[in-house]
Design a protein around this ligand. Structure first.
Ligand code: SF4
Length: 244
């Protein structure tokens, strides 16, 4: 099952500007309680049964291609991104070519993805920074990725986890919601959710857990009407409707 991870806000509107926000420290997570640790183990086991093959829904897996696709995916379906990204990447296959294009050139190709002007600006800006600061390569460190226009922790984690195969907890709206319902965190702030999950989930499971959480959020633990009546996690989920 493929899952995509949306970038940080519509068209990367949480983009860091000026001083790199890499300097921003994650909040210290609360010490995991015995109960939360037990819950996390139960969730991991259930997810492994339900979604053993959960994966990123975006096509490109090379770092630059996935970075571009993730920026494109804000408020846009995976299917659409997977149609548009190859066209864009064929026209401008590497950061130098993308940086040399105009925003209008890029926007003309990505128009159907929505928020195309902001996305074109971010894609071109990120490409230019890759050329000017990273020798045309997409960096793998969180700190460096966060210096790119349009890239916040969610996008950076998507690239780290799925292109570089590094442990990465990508907290999108689905993973944040189910983590709260399951009692793994109390926080709304994705950075704080990430910190809490980082204490509870073994690092080697971070990337897969992110995909599994997104899969569960789409399949059963929906925003408006969670299907607790069908959910195997209802056996231990503390969310009120789970035991109704
Ligand atoms: S029991 Fe309900 S609230 Fe809990 S994880 Fe399943 S669908 Fe979500």
């Amino acid at each position: 099952m493929s899952q995509s991870i949306k970038p940080d806000g519509p068209a990367g509107t949480r983009a860091r500007r000026g001083r790199p926000s890499a300097a921003k420290k994650l909040p210290a997570p609360a010490a995991p309680s015995r109960e939360r640790a037990k819950l996390a183990r139960a969730v991991l086991a259930a997810f492994q049964k339900l979604y053993p093959d959960a994966d990123c829904g975006l096509g490109p897996r090379d770092p630059f291609g996935l970075l571009v696709a993730t920026i494109l995916s804000a408020q846009c379906s995976d299917a659409r991104v997977n149609q548009v990204a190859p066209v864009l990447l064929k026209a401008y296959p590497h950061p130098a070519a993308m940086a040399a294009a105009t925003e209008e050139d890029i926007a003309a190709i990505i128009r159907s993805c929505g928020f195309f002007r902001t996305k074109a600006k971010n894609i071109r800006g990120a490409s230019a920074r890759l050329v000017s600061s990273f020798g045309g390569e997409t960096p793998r460190s969180m700190e460096d990725l966060l210096t790119l226009p349009g890239v916040g922790r969610k996008t950076a984690n998507c690239v780290r986890g799925n292109a570089f195969r590094l442990p990465a907890l990508t907290v999108d709206t689905h993973l944040g919601r189910i983590s709260r319902r399951l009692g793994l965190t109390r926080h709304e702030d994705p950075d704080k959710v990430e910190a809490d999950l980082g204490e509870l989930i073994p690092e080697e499971r971070w990337t897969l857990f992110s995909h599994q959480g997104i899969a569960h959020g789409r399949a059963l633990c929906k925003s408006q009407k969670p299907r607790c009546d069908r959910c195997p996690l209802a056996a231990f989920c503390p969310y009120p409707s789970a035991s109704a």
